[in-house]
Design a protein around this ligand. Structure first.
Ligand SMILES: C[S@@+](CC[C@H](N)C(=O)[O-])C[C@H]1O[C@@H](n2cnc3c(N)ncnc32)[C@H](O)[C@@H]1O
Length: 155
């Protein structure tokens, strides 16, 4: 995610937030995926990283890194935890950070690419306030990789 909303970045500055666990809580990161043991870190003067391991899904993890400086703001999110509805998960992640642009890379070994966007390739698909700028589906041996680039509309 790039061009993230500066108002949503205030929690990732030490002068505004007393601790990493507070940043995890007030930013909403702590509620993204339930049942995680979280190891989080707030850099000085700003910046945030967290790694979470699932208490219930063996080997399940999530990780988030936040670079809040407005000149080059960037947030990454990654998880291997299976979700019935990835569209909903991505929507919730994007809402926490309000980026101007974001990229989704989606790996699936179940023969199911990121279907919600693959179905509508004739016109630009919309996703809340975002449109799909680019969409590529690579069918690789044993898994599919979907790449999608989203831009906020109007940009
Ligand atoms: C969260 S770290 C992670 C960077 C990594 N490239 C990523 O996105 O996975 C980047 C943020 O932490 C801040 N930061 C402060 N001290 C740092 C340090 N010693 N090493 C790395 N980042 C630091 C940077 O200014 C930036 O806002």
């Amino acid at each position: 995610m790039t061009g993230v909303d500066p108002k949503k970045m205030v929690n990732f500055y030490k002068e505004n937030c007393p601790s990493a666990s507070e940043a995890t809580k007030v930013s909403g990161i702590g509620n993204l995926i339930p049942g995680m043991t979280i190891d989080d870190f707030l850099f000085d003067p700003c910046g945030y990283s967290m790694n979470g391991v699932s208490k219930t899904v063996p080997g399940g993890y999530m990780t988030i890194h936040v670079t809040p400086e407005p000149e080059f703001s960037y947030v990454s999110f990654e998880t291997n935890i299976h979700h019935k509805n990835y569209k909903d998960l991505i929507k919730r992640v994007v809402k926490l950070f309000g980026p101007k642009q974001f990229v989704v890379t989606f790996f699936s070994s179940e023969g199911k690419p990121f279907i919600e966007f693959e179905e509508d390739q004739t016109e630009r698909s919309y996703y809340d306030d975002y449109y799909v700028e680019d969409l590529q589906v690579c069918r690789l041996p044993g898994y599919d990789l979907t790449y999608a680039l989203f831009n906020r509309f109007p940009s």
